[in-house]
Write a protein that binds this ligand. Structure first.
Ligand SMILES: Nc1ncnc2c1ncn2[C@@H]1O[C@H](COP(=O)(O)OP(=O)(O)OP(=O)(O)O)[C@@H](O)[C@H]1O
Length: 238
């Protein structure tokens, strides 16, 4: 579904991604892990068009999306969430999500956008009234709005940047259930995560970055015992 081919991204003299290649299969959950500064968010930014790589290409369903702007990539069915959750703080939950529906990957009429908004809020089991103003939401509610926004606009590939950060243990359980529910709905997921409990609980495959380089790729059971990954990131506690 997605092919990352020899991607290199530099910030001045710093090589944030160095010749990174891997493939993503339709329907799977792929986790990208690695130490702070390894290049995980940079990779998500490259896939979603927020950054252009100096070398290499990103192919989505056979189309080269490398030089496309984010809004065009969104229209191809790739949605993302951010490490620091963003919303329009003065708009209501409903208004935030309906904007996602109207400007996502589908050409929706107003009526369809409204229907998809309610359906997406129901899917994520949004716990507050849709007319709640976004600035009054807590962390988990903001994350659910971001997920509903992605869903309402239609997405085949969802990129989740540290979705677990700032959540309580109970909220985390709900998010894990939701990630499984998204997969059952047919959505392919790439997640960046530091919380290994979540990674090993949901990922079908894992790519490991260290100083911008891919040092390992494989099933969770393989990654757990991979010597390079243990040395660079996991230590001996997993
Ligand atoms: N816009 C930028 N300008 C300059 N350097 C940047 C920029 N964005 C990222 N970097 C640098 O690139 C490297 C990779 O950063 P990135 O945010 O992708 O890492 P990460 O693996 O997501 O880290 P974390 O787990 O801490 O979020 C880091 O050294 C970072 O300081």
């Amino acid at each position: 579904m997605l092919k990352i081919q020899n991607v290199t991204k530099r910030f001045g003299g710093l090589v944030a991604l160095k010749d990174v290649s891997f493939e993503l299969n339709e329907g799977e959950i792929l986790a990208i892990i690695g130490p702070n500064g390894a290049g995980k968010t940079t990779l998500i930014n490259v896939i979603s068009g927020f950054l252009q790589p100096e070398e290499g290409s990103v192919i989505f369903k056979g189309t080269d999306i490398t030089s496309m702007p984010p809004y065009e990539i969104r229209k191809h069915g790739i949605a993302r969430t951010f490490q620091i959750v963003r919303s329009f703080p003065r708009l209501t939950v409903f208004e935030n999500v309906v904007l996602g529906a109207l400007y996502g990957g589908l050409q929706l009429t107003e009526k369809e956008a409204i229907e998809r908004t309610y359906e997406a809020l129901e899917f994520v089991d949004f716990p507050a009234a849709p007319d709640t103003v976004a600035r009054d939401l807590n962390t988990i509610q903001l994350k659910l709005v971001a997920l509903a926004t992605a869903l309402a606009g239609g997405c085949d590939l969802l990129l989740l940047d540290e979705v677990a950060a700032g959540l309580t243990t109970a909220e985390l359980t709900d998010v894990v259930d939701l990630i499984h529910k998204l997969q059952e709905r047919g959505i392919t997921i790439v997640l960046i995560e530091h919380l290994m409990k979540l990674v090993f609980g949901v990922a079908n495959r894992i790519v490991v970055l260290d100083f911008g380089e891919k040092i390992a790729e494989g099933k969770p059971s393989e990654i757990r015992k991979h010597p390079k990954v243990i040395e660079a990131y996991l230590g001996d506690k997993y």
